[in-house]
Design a protein around this ligand. Structure first.
Ligand code: SF4
Length: 293
């Protein structure tokens, strides 16, 4: 169900550019997400989203964004996509992410977007405009197997569609990267999966792969995930319960080996495993300027 709401504020503020893509201002136009990934952390109680299957649309988001940006004195990266996908289906109708990007372009702020949707291609020309400052798009890819993705990310466009979209944005000079997270224990933690993500990321122009080899599980999110495991992967819940109990962080069985494999594969094909950020880009430009003098 989609519910329209009026938001009082939009941007969250971190004192310094955070380690998370150098984001200074966080933005969520939607609460809840129609991509319905079975592992989604945003179902956790701490986020106080009563029913994650409902999508709350902040219909006044663009006006608030304009008001808030006009009062800001410090420029910094605006990040979206951490709590809900800015290109969830509702965006097709409401076009609020698009309109917010237009405002961001007008105010000349850098942006970092995390998504699982190729709907972002609709907004290419605005992203190109923002990219005169800095635009980075991270596509979350947890598996390259479209059939598996249909089970665990049932509402999201397939990994193949995401990768194709990434290729188009990369060709246009927009920084693209892969957020390889989560990697679900006992389901996605194979060497073949990790290597294929790297291979395809390279093929489609990703500059960085940011990974988390494992997942988080807590309260409401865990209950939902286990319910889905029973349906989709009978017998697997027992393995999770035995291995992780009530742990929040649930690493893959072979994290160390997989991490090494991932790092080596990225190194070989020239993909960075660091998180890209506008702040780093500016610092490196400043450093090379200083070096040259
Ligand atoms: S796309 Fe992201 S926010 Fe949406 S359901 Fe999946 S993990 Fe959650």
């Amino acid at each position: 169900m989609i519910k329209e709401i009026q938001a009082k504020t939009l941007l969250t503020n971190s004192k310094n550019p955070s380690s998370w893509f150098g984001v200074k201002y966080g933005m969520n136009i939607y609460r809840g997400c129609q991509h319905q990934c079975i592992y989604c952390d945003s179902r956790s109680e701490c986020y106080r989203i009563e029913n994650f299957n409902d999508v709350l649309v902040k219909v006044n988001a663009v006006e608030i964004l304009r008001k808030e940006l006009s009062k800001k004195r410090i420029k910094g990266t605006i990040g979206t996509g951490a709590m809900s996908d800015p290109y969830t289906f509702a965006e097709k109708k409401y076009m609020l992410t698009r309109k917010a990007l237009e405002v961001i372009a007008e105010f000349r702020y850098p942006v970092n977007i995390i998504t699982k949707s190729n709907l972002i291609l609709r907004d290419i020309e605005i992203l190109q405009e923002i990219n005169k400052i800095h635009a980075c798009v991270a596509f979350t890819i947890t598996t390259t197997d479209d059939d598996l993705a249909r089970k665990i990310e049932p509402g999201a466009p397939s990994p193949s569609e995401r990768l194709k979209a990434m290729g188009i944005l990369s060709e246009l000079g927009i920084t693209t990267c892969v957020t390889m997270m989560p990697i679900l224990p006992f389901i996605e933690d194979t060497e073949a999966n990790i290597l294929d993500i790297v291979k395809q990321a390279k093929e489609y122009g990703a500059k960085n792969i940011v990974s988390a080899l494992g997942m988080t599980l807590r309260d409401r999110q865990r209950a939902y995930y286990y319910e889905k495991l029973d349906l989709l992967f009978p017998g697997l819940r027992g393995k999770y319960e035995k291995k992780f109990g009530n742990n929040y962080g649930c690493g893959t069985n072979n994290s160390k080996k997989l991490k090494q494999l991932l790092n080596e594969a990225c190194y070989k094909c020239g993909i960075s495993t660091e998180m890209p950020s506008y702040y780093n880009k500016v610092s490196s430009v400043q450093l090379s300027f200083l070096d040259g003098n």
